[in-house]
Design a protein around this ligand. Structure first.
Ligand code: GLC
Ligand code: CA
Length: 553
């Protein structure tokens, strides 16, 4: 296999984890950097190539670290800079990479920058934030945290002006019109990249600049700034990447790739909810339509595809019809909803149905883009909708059936969050250790699938996609091709068994080989190829030239 080092992210499997929730190495009830390091062998054996760590910087933790009070240090409970250096070194020695979340749009109101800015209107820091006498400016900007905020302006009583914030009011937006801010954020990036970090998942990228008469999202100035950041990284830290969190409509999301001179990757927010809509409707079209809209993208860029993450499953960028389907299918209890979205983990969303869970993973691993797994989903972890905000999907990782799910040796009362104990998802049963012992477990299945995905990394990671025409709307089928390699992927989205006739004249003479087991299927001939499919089942079939030794039967 030809290995193209600078394009490593195109073939990689990403794994997202909150340091706090992963493993507590010192028994204080809170996960830490050393804990992540101690679990690197697990992550490596699972098949993770690159870890994405949620914010670990100093923070008052009013938005779980997305409210940073010092960009150059680590939250003390999580560890030290030396712990972080060691984590990087040990990840790199296993051939793994690490990217970190970076919150660029805003900081905490506890940051010294903001404290100085509110000390007087004359403070040199004043212009690091966005001020107004009048809370009606920029009225075209939507409110994102609709459950908690009623305005993007908050009153600052001491200096008697409003400041601008797109998220919580304790997260004042930085003023990117100020060159000092633009330079400082590049210095922050340099600090971590110099340490050996492999890139950033940039938080909330659409919102850096504000302009009257616009939605204050995706402005040309924002794109120009990220291009400047990209140039800096390419020059000073070649091989490192930028991944955009831009929850936008397809064309606006795609724009973050620029002309291969902006972000290397962007989350595929348009695709994610449509996978769930397709399952609810038992219909392939929501996926086909959105994939046709989101490709092609430039050669050196890639989508980061995901099923779930640490936030609510956002429904901001879907039609109202799609939103209604999502709420009625996946959020029947009001506690399952948050802002414009659904705060649930993957397994509970799919009623813990193993076939459906396998199906969505098979989609995640075979659609164009690099897959991003969310910690715990590989073992089918549950959630707790009674915890506030998005905490219900950030509970302790379940390592074993020991006390505290093997996450921590602290007293249970001391844990940052209770582990999941509801009967169907209890850590006594759903945990790494137990699943390791059971050959048919979700964990062993996911591990196996990741190894298959790696075997076909190029065709799955870089190949083109072509949807196949047929009459059965319940079935999604496509061919991924890269060079001589071809993979035929077929998914039954329905809850019932079904059948499919596929006419495959261009592949006549080739033999389908089931990718997971190596089982051989009859050669493709001139007649339509016939498949029967169990409910929510799938096939990945490599199409190969038959050799003399693989005779029929
Ligand atoms: C992003 C993060 C989310 C956070 C918000 C504000 O959307 O994913 O967790 O609350 O930005 O920083
Ligand atoms: Ca700890």
């Amino acid at each position: 296999m030809h290995v193209d080092v600078p394009l490593w992210y195109r073939d990689a499997i990403f794994y997202e984890l909150p340091v706090k929730s992963f493993y507590d190495s010192n028994g204080d009830g809170i996960g830490d950097i050393n804990g992540v390091r101690l679990k690197l062998d697990y992550l490596h054996a699972l098949g993770a190539d690159c870890l994405w760590l949620l914010p670990f910087y100093n923070s008052p933790m009013k938005d779980d670290g997305y409210d940073i009070s010092d960009y150059y240090s680590i939250q003390p409970e999580y560890g030290t800079l030396d712990d972080f250096r060691l984590l990087l070194a040990e990840a790199h020695s296993r051939g793994m990479k690490i990217i970190a979340d970076l919150v660029m749009n805003h900081c905490s109101d506890q940051h010294s920058w903001f404290r100085e800015a509110v000390s007087s209107r004359e403070s040199p820091r004043r212009q690091w934030f966005v001020w107004s006498d009048d809370a009606s400016r920029y009225s075209g900007a939507r409110i994102i945290f609709t459950d908690t905020e009623i305005s993007n302006w908050a009153w600052e009583p001491r200096t008697k002006q409003y400041y601008w914030h797109r998220f919580y009011s304790h997260q004042p937006d930085l003023n990117y019109d100020n060159p000092e801010v633009r330079e400082e954020m590049k210095n922050v990036m340099r600090f971590w990249l110099r340490m050996g970090l492999d890139g950033f998942r940039c938080d909330a990228v659409p919102y850096l600049f504000e302009r009257e008469g616009t939605t204050c999202e995706n402005l040309p100035e924002t794109h120009a700034y990220f291009k400047e950041v990209r140039r800096m990284m390419e020059k000073e830290f070649p091989g490192t990447i930028l991944l955009a969190e831009a929850n936008q409509w397809p064309s606006d999301a795609k724009a973050y790739f620029g002309d291969q001179d902006e972000f290397h990757m962007a989350f595929n927010f348009p695709l994610m909810p449509r996978i769930f809509v397709a399952l609810a409707k038992e219909d392939a079209y929501p996926i086909v339509n959105i994939v046709k809209e989101i490709i092609p993208i430039p050669e050196k860029c890639d989508w980061a595809i995901f099923l779930r993450n640490h936030d609510e499953l956002t429904l901001e960028m879907v039609t109202s019809e799609e939103r209604d389907i999502m709420y009625s299918e996946y959020a029947r209890h009001p506690k399952m909803r948050l802002n414009i979205g659904i705060r649930r983990r993957l397994a509970p969303l799919l009623d813990n149905d193993r076939a459906s869970l396998e199906l969505v993973h098979a989609l995640l691993l075979s659609l164009p883009g690099s897959p991003v797994l969310y910690y715990g989903d590989e073992i089918g972890m549950g959630d707790n909708i009674y915890l506030g905000d998005r905490n219900g999907v950030r509970t302790p990782m379940q390592w074993s059936y020991d006390r505290n799910a093997g996450f921590s040796s602290a007293d249970t009362e001391q844990l940052f969050s209770p582990p999941i104990t509801s009967p169907n998802y209890h850590y006594g049963n759903v945990n790494v250790d137990s699943e390791n012992r059971l050959p048919t477990s979700m964990l062993n299945w996911v591990r196996k699938m990741l190894s298959v995905r790696k075997r076909y990394a190029q065709v799955m990671g870089r190949g083109s996609i072509k949807f196949l025409e047929h009459r059965n709307r319940h079935v999604l089928s496509y061919i991924r091709s890269y060079g001589e390699d071809r993979m035929l992927c077929i998914f039954n989205l329905s809850r019932k068994p079904t059948y499919l006739e596929l006419s495959l004249p261009e592949f006549s003479g080739l033999r389908p080989v089931e990718a997971i087991s190596g089982a051989q299927f009859p050669r493709i001939g001139d007649l339509p190829y016939f498949f029967t499919l169990h409910p929510r089942s799938f096939f990945w079939l490599g199409l190969t030239e038959p050799t003399g030794s693989d005779e029929e039967g």
